[in-house]
Design a protein around this ligand. Structure first.
Ligand code: NAD
Ligand code: UDP
Ligand code: UDP
Length: 312
């Protein structure tokens, strides 16, 4: 097959995807503007004959010849996507238009990394793909949520209007090695705080829930979706249904790391969803996919990674 394009390929998920694709014998073109990604994540691939790296911002057109496109470019942590919210919406919307235009010209199959955030603060629990969500269009999370929702709209309109081969994946909270220590997401924050013996920062009362998927499971689901039958467009949830409160997560991390960190409470950011759990019936039946790695095992791997990275 011709080259596979991974946008956001120097990020957390993108770099793991590049690894899996190269291992499977594909040629990979990694495109990234290094806003949140880093060369460190892909340094081991630089010089590999099947790997090519291009510094490029997907809000600008891109003319390359590729056979498949994984569109992952977009900051994913609230701290980062709220840093320059206009650029976040541009990345989701203009980025999707450019990548869909590229897919249209090359007839490449294209997968969109969408998100559980399209469900907003959900009244339906767990969330099936048929749920339309409850998002605030004018809040501080909207640049991400509504940008991703608009990207989904564009994918389905290019599918209806131009018969593109599309795959829309709704990713639930994913964690693992290569998350950035200052990424701001809860798993990396808690682990880094525990390793440094600093207080664990819980936002709100810690009763809000998330469902955490280990990166290897997520990438397996992503590749299965990309290579699924043409009529499987999604949107399809990929995530681990194991649901935990942030207090439970904090306790797990502290007991795993074995430090003396105390818990401190900070204000809950506005529009922070109270609960989130994927209904993965579709992924099970259509992709024969389900997550294999438990939170305990995944956290151990992630703690080991941060120990080495921070040298503690
Ligand atoms: P990340 O921040 O580590 O990676 C995003 C990558 O995109 C970075 O390398 C960044 O430099 C790059 N990027 C950002 N804007 C760009 C632009 N305009 N042009 C080119 N590159 C750009 O985040 P991640 O966790 O690896 O997330 C990857 C994708 O998966 C994102 O689209 C995110 O919305 C989606 N997602 C992730 C999660 C999760 O829990 N990790 C959950 C839901 C959805
Ligand atoms: N585009 C791109 N690479 C390509 C083809 C298109 O980046 O190989 C971009 C280009 O900026 C264009 C957008 O994708 O504006 C949408 O393309 P489409 O063909 O759907 O619409 P156009 O705006 O060209 O009519
Ligand atoms: N959170 C927390 N402490 C932190 C970082 C995050 O309690 O140091 C909470 C946050 O308010 C949210 C949950 O953990 O309720 C998950 O946050 P994250 O940013 O990882 O993901 P998202 O909110 O996008 O699901």
């Amino acid at each position: 097959m011709s080259q596979i394009l991974v946008t956001g390929g120097a990020g957390f998920l993108g770099s793991h995807l590049c690894d899996r694709l190269i291992e499977a014998g594909h040629d990979v073109l990694c495109v990234d503007n290094f806003f949140t990604g880093s060369k460190d994540n892909i340094r081991h691939l630089i010089g590999h004959p099947s790997f090519e790296l291009l510094r490029h911002d997907v809000t600008f057109p891109l003319y390359v010849e590729v056979g498949q496109i994984y569109n992952l470019a977009c900051p994913a942590s609230p701290v980062h996507y709220q840093h320059d919210p206009v650029q976040t919406t541009k990345t989701s919307v203009h980025g999707a238009i450019n990548m869909l235009g590229l897919a249209k010209r090359t007839r490449a199959r294209i997968l969109q990394a969408s998100t559980s955030e399209v469900y907003g603060d959900p009244e339906v629990h767990p969330q099936p793909e048929s749920y339309w969500g409850r998002t605030n269009p004018v809040g501080i999370r909207s640049c991400y949520d509504e940008g991703k929702r608009c990207a989904e709209t564009l994918f389905f309109d290019y599918w209806r209007q131009h018969q593109l081969e599309i795959k829309v994946m709704r990713i639930f909270n994913t964690y693992g090695p290569r998350m950035h220590p200052n990424d701001g997401r809860v798993v990396s924050n808690f682990i880094v705080q525990a390793l440094k013996g600093e207080p664990i920062t819980i936002y709100g009362d810690g009763t809000q829930t998330r469902s955490f998927c280990y990166v290897d499971d997520l990438i397996e689901g992503m590749r299965r979706l990309m290579n699924s039958a043409i009529d499987i467009t999604g949107p399809i949830n990929i995530g681990n249904p194991g649901e935990f409160t942030m207090l439970e997560l904090a306790e797990k991390v502290v007991s795993l790391v074995g430090g003396k960190s105390k818990i401190t409470y900070q204000p809950l950011p506005s529009d922070d969803p109270k609960q989130r759990q994927p209904d993965i019936t579709q992924a099970r039946t259509k992709l024969d996919w389900s997550p294999k790695v438990s939170l305990d095992d995944g956290l151990k791997e992630t703690v080991d990674y941060f120990r080495k990275r921070l040298g503690v």
